[in-house]
Design a protein around this ligand. Sequence first.
Ligand code: GRF
Length: 201
Amino acid sequence: MKKRIAVLASGRGSNFQAVIDAIQDGKMPATCAALITDNPKAYAIERAKKAKVPVIVIDFSSYPSRELFEKALLSAMQQVNADLFVLAGYMRMVGADIVRSFPAKIMNIHPALLPAFPGLHAQRQAVHHGVKVSGCTVHFVDESLDGGPIILQRCVRVLKDDDEDSLAERILHHEHECYPEAIQLFCEGRLEIIGRNVRIR
Ligand code: GRF
């Protein structure tokens, strides 16, 4: 049985593309039911059109308040009726109502080894802190900022001449492998959450 997944993205959408590619290559028992974006100018929309994935735009700037935006987003997510929502460069925190509506059904990828460097500019934080190793983390989304149960992580060495951009580029390469892998595990029913731990069966 194929799972229905929906992707939320705000920008470039290279992780979204990695998910589309994995589905098209037959690596993942899933169909991509929708791209949902808060940004009508997101390049992810072009990728969706090319892959014939339906696009839903919930334009953040056209809502008078964050609450009303979140309400519209929640309603769109309910209509899509996905087994899994994949945040792929979705640049807002998902509100509590949405998290509570889809427990253990929302995943995120973050470009650092959480719990180090949550929030924005994780690669810059890593370079400024002087860590020798960083990477990426796929996790389930809870109400905290980048703090939900960790599914997979990949390590990337920080080189002595790295700046934010060079580190981000190397991490991104790993993201494109790690995220489809985590989604595949979900689709195969192999992820079990026990407290803060995610067991892979
Ligand atoms: C990625 O680095 C991801 O980890 C972070 O935002 C970036 C999105 O890139 N959350 P893209 O839009 O998938 O190319």
